[in-house]
Design a protein around this ligand. Structure first.
Ligand SMILES: Nc1ncnc2c1ncn2[C@@H]1O[C@H](COP(=O)(O)OP(=O)(O)OP(=O)(O)O)[C@@H](O)[C@H]1O
Ligand SMILES: [Mg+2]
Length: 187
């Protein structure tokens, strides 16, 4: 059994939002739960294709994502939404709009994100080749009151994913039926 909820992962580029949400998705799907991933990169490739990274465009991008998340959530899907979403006010807007909402702060030091530089974007941002890059030339407002904090420079992706799954179980967003392995994930 499951109750619709949006798990909103916020954090710097390279902090681990996509990595963690894919692990959570795999685990939930394996147990037969209905789950959908909304990832910033993909939404920007399709739904928000024409938008850039200035404040107004970031706002539109997040509003669209929140709208889709709301539709899915009210149909009892577990939505895993990964967006840098650097502004506190906009994240609060998402919580209000969506209602059933868990804010996960995917926390990682800027130094470690720069070291990882998964997409080689920090290098470009530091060189000035990219403007308005969160953490370098644009602000990231830390979540004031997140429901979960995962510290990805101190734990493995599997540990971070487990913390989210445990939260979903504890708050009864997902209930494993008695046939399955007593609510324990295999992460
Ligand atoms: N505990 C952890 N959780 C998640 N990722 C981790 C962790 N430890 C190390 N990593 C590594 O950090 C990188 C995170 O990259 P990922 O693309 O998931 O970040 P992101 O937050 O989605 O960034 P973006 O906003 O640019 O999409 C991966 O290479 C991953 O293997
Ligand atoms: Mg990502």
């Amino acid at each position: 059994m499951q109750k619709g909820v949006t798990v909103w992962l916020t954090g710097l580029s390279g902090a681990g939002k996509t990595t963690i949400s894919r692990l959570v998705e795999t685990e939930l799907s394996k147990s037969g739960f209905r789950v959908e991933v909304l990832d910033g990169d993909e939404i920007r490739q399709y739904l928000s294709k024409e938008l850039g990274f200035l404040k107004e465009d970031r706002q539109k991008n997040i509003e669209r994502a929140a709208y889709v998340a709301k539709l899915l959530t009210r149909n009892d899907v577990i939505v895993l939404a990964s967006f840098i979403s650097p502004y506190q006010k906009l994240r609060e807007y998402c919580r209000r709009e969506i209602g059933s909402f868990i804010e996960v702060y995917v926390k990682c030091s800027l130094e470690e994100c720069i070291r990882r530089d998964v997409k080689h974007l920090y290098k470009k941002a530091l060189n000035g080749e990219i403007q308005h890059f969160t953490g370098i030339s644009d602000t990231f407002e830390e979540p004031e009151n997140p429901d979960i904090i995962v510290q990805t420079d101190r734990e493995t992706p599997a540990e971070s994913a487990s913390r989210i799954l445990d939260y979903l179980i504890r708050r009864q967003y997902i209930i494993y039926d008695s046939q399955s392995v007593d609510g324990k994930s295999s992460l």
